[in-house]
Design a binder for this molecule. Structure first.
Ligand SMILES: [Zn+2]
Ligand SMILES: [Zn+2]
Length: 275
């Protein structure tokens, strides 16, 4: 095993829900940190969870030096980018942020610059010292800080990108904002998830809720347990909790999912693990 560390900073779907009945699983929108052996962080999504991650990255780090972080975006719905303007390392000249996505570079850059500009935000992304650089995550995969990162397409309005991360025999698959039912995307996801140690997957809905939410781009816990069984993953993580589902309801959903696939957990802000 390769000593891959993973930590959840935001696990909530669609909109932040920072109120008391949700706080056990957390109210921040998606953000996951992955590192190999304590190395440079790879961050997946910039939901509001990235704010606390940014504070941790700078904790006790005096200005100066040469730091970096990689940010991989799945797509550009607000819940996956709305934390970026509050990511403190962006405001430090000694911190380089490498942003990756499946979009071509010009489109990636203009999309992020549009959200972080007036009248939406008082500070422009283009003003120094902010100088992120932008890269297309190559379809064939890339080696980033010792971790092999392979993007693949998910089925979601406007598209979303899943990522498989491998290092030293350990494998994590992050597949949020995916609606099962597209044959090509499901086949590819199954292939990427095959034998994964950790499958983190969109499980926003109950099967009985799904008919009225068809086409919204999300999955059910039942579809997730079926994928976990077919792919033979070691641990399933239900992710992108519905904003209307409080902790008690998430636990109910988890109980049903465990009835289908024992090694299932519901993503929880602050959880970390090592593979
Ligand atoms: Zn989302
Ligand atoms: Zn989305």
């Amino acid at each position: 095993m390769g000593n891959l560390e993973v930590r959840f900073w935001g696990v909530r779907g669609s909109v932040p829900t920072p109120h008391e009945p949700n706080m056990e699983h957390g109210g921040n929108t998606p953000c996951i940190e992955v590192r190999l052996g304590g190395g440079t962080p790879l961050i997946f999504d910039a939901g509001t969870g990235i704010r606390c991650l940014g504070r941790k990255l700078l904790d006790g780090v005096p200005p100066g030096g040469n730091h970096k972080a990689h940010l991989f975006l799945t797509h550009f719905h607000w819940d996956h980018i709305q934390g970026l303007p509050f990511f403190d390392p962006l405001y430090r000249a000694d911190y380089f942020i490498h942003v990756w996505s499946s979009l071509e570079v010009d489109l990636l850059q203009s999309t992020l610059e549009r959200q972080m500009s007036r009248p939406y935000f008082p500070i422009d992304l283009t003003e120094p010292p902010r100088r992120p650089d932008y890269t297309v995550a190559p379809a064939e995969g890339a080696e980033v800080e010792g971790i092999r990162v392979e993007p693949f397409p998910l089925h979601h309005p406007g598209g979303s990108t899943g990522y498989r991360l491998s290092a030293g025999g350990a494998r994590i698959v992050y597949a949020t904002d995916h609606e099962p039912g597209n044959e090509e995307c499901d086949r590819r996801l199954l292939q990427m998830a095959d034998g994964a140690d950790l499958l983190i997957i969109d499980s926003q809905y109950l099967p009985e809720e799904y008919p009225s939410r068809r086409g919204w781009g999300h999955g059910t816990w039942l579809a997730s347990t079926e994928m976990a069984k077919r792919a033979g993953v070691k641990q399933l993580v239900l992710f992108h909790h519905d904003p209307a589902r409080d902790d008690e309801a998430v636990e109910d959903l988890l109980r049903m999912a465990r009835g289908e696939f024992t090694n299932t957990m519901a993503a929880r802000e602050g959880w970390s693990g090592q593979l």
